[in-house]
Ligand binder design. Structure first.
Ligand code: AVJ
Length: 309
């Protein structure tokens, strides 16, 4: 897909590319190939979050579902392959399941697969940009379980994350709640390895954003001129991913260009890691009055249910 040159998204991308330092939103990772590359990342030994979250969901399932109680509707945010919700559908048998994701085509295929096994549940795929306000007016008198697994919340900075929690707490209207998974602060080597895998899948995932941009805005980024760079920023408590120019180069797009110099970077993603108490406090401050939390034995990852007393 190519964006119209005057569209808001086109302008947003250009503004990021022109900024010093340059940046683009991590949502531009997720074209078809990018979504597949992320799926591949979740299979890497170094990338522990998916595997550890799944372990917590399995070993603590009865405690988790007991804390949740019941659900009329499950709304999954960043549903991806729609596989993580299965145990919740088995337990709660909700009437409806809504899957929100930025990557619409992938989502539709994934949802069709899921529906095959749960034909009694009304399912809807919603292509959504969750950096925008979320609103579910037709679910006002339903008990909603928001499900936000995978630590994708880490892409928001803490104040944006707090804003999203307040938004979701409001949409709950005093019942149901939010089941969310988040990656915890840990040994810096473990963190940095998870974003610098030996197979170079994360590097490919990062570089693919330029390929995606070339399609979206008809820019002429030359992929071999860029390299993957990821590190843990201890001051800000986040993994940062960047693309670093290997040589001086001019990049063009319709209506503009930028000269990048060797060593210059484009910031492509933040992935915040939280201390457990900080994250629980953010959920409380957003308006949830009852918060339960579960971790793996090594406290690598946290699964929380934030609801109401
Ligand atoms: C999908 C945002 C949870 O931050 O770990 C994986 C994306 N980036 N490897 C993460 C990602 C590089 C991932 N999230």
């Amino acid at each position: 897909m190519t964006l119209p040159i005057k569209s808001k998204i086109f302008q947003e991308i250009i503004d990021g590319l022109q900024a010093k330092p340059a940046s683009i939103s991590p949502k531009y990772f997720y074209d078809g190939l990018g979504t597949s590359l992320f799926q591949a990342i979740t299979h890497l030994e170094e990338y522990y979050p998916t595997r550890i979250e799944r372990g917590i969901m399995q070993s603590k399932l009865s405690q988790i579902t007991q804390a949740i109680g019941t659900a009329d509707v499950i709304v999954e945010i960043g549903a991806g392959n729609c596989e993580k919700v299965r145990p919740l559908l088995d337990t709660f048998a909700p009437k409806q399941y809504r899957a929100l994701d930025i990557s619409a085509d992938f989502l539709k295929t994934a949802l069709a697969n899921l529906h095959h096994d749960y034909s009694a549940i009304d399912m809807r795929a919603i292509a959504a940009d969750i950096t925008q306000e979320l609103s579910f007016p037709d679910l006002q008198d339903r008990r909603i379980l928001f499900f936000y697994p995978g630590s994708s919340i880490g892409n928001f900075n803490p104040s944006e994350a707090s804003g999203l929690f307040a938004n979701l707490a409001r949409e709950c209207h005093g019942s149901g709640g939010l089941l969310i998974g988040v990656d915890l602060v840990k040994d810096i080597n473990v963190l940095e390895r998870a974003y610098n895998d030996y197979l170079g899948v994360t590097a490919a995932f990062n570089l693919n954003a330029l390929r995606h941009l070339n399609h979206l805005i008809e820019s002429n980024f030359s992929i071999p001129n860029w390299e993957h760079y990821a590190f843990f920023n201890q001051t800000l408590g986040r993994i940062e991913m960047h693309l670093r120019a290997k040589i001086d180069q001019l990049v063009n797009w319709p209506g503009g260009h930028r000269q990048f110099y060797a060593g210059e970077m484009i910031h492509t993603e933040n992935s915040y890691k939280y201390p457990k108490p900080t994250f629980l406090e953010m959920l409380h401050n957003a308006g949830f009055t009852k918060v339960n939390a579960w971790t793996d034995p090594d406290s690598n990852f946290l699964v929380c249910f934030a609801g109401f007393k």
